[in-house]
Structure formats: C-alpha cells, structure tokens
Design a protein around this ligand. Sequence first.
Ligand SMILES: Nc1ncnc2c1ncn2[C@@H]1O[C@H](COP(=O)(O)OP(=O)(O)OP(=O)(O)O)[C@@H](O)[C@H]1O
Ligand SMILES: [Mg+2]
Length: 440
Amino acid sequence: MGYLVLARKYRPRTFQELVGQEHVVRTLSNSLAEGRLAHAFLFVGPRGIGKTSTARILAKALNCPNGPKADFNPDDDICKEIEDGRSLDVLEIDGASNRGIGEIKDLRDSVPYAPARGKFKIYIIDEVHMLTPEAFNALLKTLEEPPAHVKFIFATTEVQKLPPTILSRCQRFDLRRIPDPLICAHLRKIADAEKIKIADEALLLLARQAEGGLRDAESALEQLVSFAGKNITLDHVLEVFGLAGPIETRALASAILAGDSSAALGKVHEFRTRHRDPVRVAQDLARHFRNLLLLQIAPAEAEAELGKAEKQTLLGLGNPPEKAHLLSLLEQLLESEHHLRLSLAREVALEILVLRLCEMRERVSLETILKKLAIPGSETRAESAASRPAPIPNPAPAPAKSSLSKSAPPAAPSSAKETFLNDPAIKAALKDFDARIVDR
Ligand SMILES: Nc1ncnc2c1ncn2[C@@H]1O[C@H](COP(=O)(O)OP(=O)(O)OP(=O)(O)O)[C@@H](O)[C@H]1O
Ligand SMILES: [Mg+2]
C-alpha cells in the first residue's frame, strides 16, 4: 500500500479506539446491546473530532457477524470491507458532491432492495448540510419510515443548516472537542509507534494549537516530521507554527497583569525578532488568561482539561489575578482579534493591543474604588454624605462639615474638593489604590 498520512493510518477502527467521545460510545453501545436502534443517526461537531470515524464504526457494529453488537471484531471480513469502502451494503455518500435531487432520488430508488451480506443497508451521508432543499425534501418520506433493513447515518459540521424536518427524524449525537491531555496521550502513542522522538512540552503545544481537533493535531505532527525529521524539539514546533512558547507567553501575561508596559513591550519585540505570528501571540495570551480564570472558577474542570502538570504550573505563578481583571483582559483580546487579523501592520497593532491590556490593571483598580464607594455598608460615607451641606456657593464658600470634623475637626476644608478628599470612605479607597500602585 502507498504512503498513508498519519490521520488516515490511525483512524479509530472500534468504539474503544475512539478518543474522548465516551458519551456517544456509551449511548450507542447500550442501544446496540438492547436492540433499541434508531433508523437515522446524526453526528454533529467541529472538524476532525471523529464524526466520520464514528459513522463507520457504527456501520460495522450494525452489520458485523452475529451483530448488531458494539464489541465486534474489526478483522472480520465484513468489517474490513466496510473499512476499505468495499462493502455493497454500506454506501458512503459525500453530501458536498452529491447534493442534488437527482442523486437523492437514485438513493431513494435503491432503498427497497435487501442488503447483500449484512443485516442492514446503511447509507452514510457525510457533510449532509450541503444537500439542496429539494434534495432534503426528496429524502423526507424515506427518512420518516424506511424499510426495516435500512439505516441512515449523517455527519455534519454545520447542524444549523439542516432543516428542522430532517433534524426531528434523526437521533442526534454531539461530539465534543477533545481535551488537551487526551490529544497529548494519543499523539504520544502515535509517536512511539512511528519511532518519533518528541518532548512533552512540544506535544502539549501541538495539542493546544489543534483546539480540540485530533485530525489537526495528527496533521501538525506529520508536518513537523517533514520539517525536522524524527527528533522534534519545542523550538521546531514554535518555528513551524509561529507560536509563542508557553514560558514566553506566561512572561508576557505576567507583565500585562502587573501593568508593566515596558516589560510587556520588550516581550513583544522579542516575539517580533523571532517572527512569531502576532495573531497567534494574542490567541496564546487569551488562552492563558482564560485558563487562569477557569482555574479560579472550576478547578476540577481545569485539571481535567489542562492536565495536572499545567494546573500546577499555573498555580505556581503566584497570587491569582482578580476575576474582573481577567475578564476585562479577555474581552479586550476577543474584541481586538478580528482587527489584528485584518491589520496591515499587525506588529504595531499587537503593540497597541498589549499597551491597552497593560492599562487594564489601572482601570480595574478604579472600578474597584468606585465599587467600594457604592457599598451601602460603608455608613461613614452615608453619614458624611448626610451631614454634608448643600453645594457650596462660590465665591464665598461656607465651611463644609465632614464626618471627621465630629471628633477632631481639621482645618475647615476650603473647597468641595477638600470635603471630598476628607471623606473617610474616599480616603480608604484611595489608600487601597495607592497600595496597588506601590505594589507594582
Ligand atoms: N475521536 C477521535 N478518536 C481517534 N481519532 C480521531 C478522533 N477524531 C479524529 N481522529 C483522527 O482524525 C482523523 C479524521 O477523523 P474523522 O474523519 O472521523 O473526523 P470528522 O469529525 O469526520 O472531521 P470532518 O468534520 O473534517 O469531516 C481520523 O482518521 C483519526 O486519525
Ligand atoms: Mg468527516
């Protein structure tokens, strides 16, 4: 056989080999065991997470000898035929290139004929959202009441494009993005089998940039082998994908959190000299801040998603930043991403973005002050507000009375500004603000 890309060579052959879709495997296995089988299945989810693979595995489970059963032997003849696309009973149709009413009418005409070898005649329509409205209409009746020997399996990345009439006739399964630790473990298995040497950090970075898609992660590994041979380092990954390394991302993030614009700009310049893609840098930052937030809000989920080692590294970064601060950083990053992508001077755009992010710290501190001022529990402020006289007419201001003046009246404030500054609540808030600035 000719050369097979890694993503095809390692296509899962059984339910057990499917990574990260336990909820789907469990439901399908139970239905198969109890013989409660729908006549139309729909697999939904983003690209490269196992929809087509699951469709083929289900076809094998339905038509395997002594089936239907979930624990079929993938080396049985019938299963191998299905895997190689040679089975007469399993027709795999690409919805993108057979989208018209003519093709669907042909399909419909073939439905009444009994299967050749297996129990069922199975129609797999991939990218089913590409069918035309007329084609969907032509399918409706058959899909509603197909003969007992017919099963339909659909897969799509764009479920919102399917008409409700089709959706309501299918049993729907939403496949999920695959968490980084599972992608890493899977890539490690492939690397061992292919005798590829690759550092753990490099694998983790590969997994991250795949954003939950296993095919993308496998293709990236393959691309790296073409670039660097079978000995892959973190630097190779950074170079090929224009990524910022995790240590560098963390350093830039820390400078931003501390509001240290000079250190942050220094980091951005380092990235520039190493030709890191500005959009990637911004995405890595967003991911880092999002992980810090997740760690505070749902630590258990953070560990499941990021892995123990990454969680420990994040915890080791010191005092957790305020949630409000992280949220505003994330909002700013998300707002700017589109602009950054389209910008003709991306490097400059990244610098401006980073400077804005550095300012966030002060903005959040001010918000904290304002929040404190609004706390109804701070009676001193309420008191002082109550005891404050009506606005002082100029040019002969009456001496204002602050709460402080009750015990040891300071020199009578000469202006509204002084009255404001003498207010204990304002004093406390300003002290807090000063402490933060000194902190820096
Ligand atoms: N859940 C998974 N478990 C194991 N391998 C997977 C999984 N998802 C994807 N892969 C790998 O990616 C390849 C492509 O998977 P598959 O064709 O099933 O994805 P898909 O969801 O149908 O993608 P697309 O939306 O692009 O059609 C597989 O051959 C396999 O190598
Ligand atoms: Mg597919």
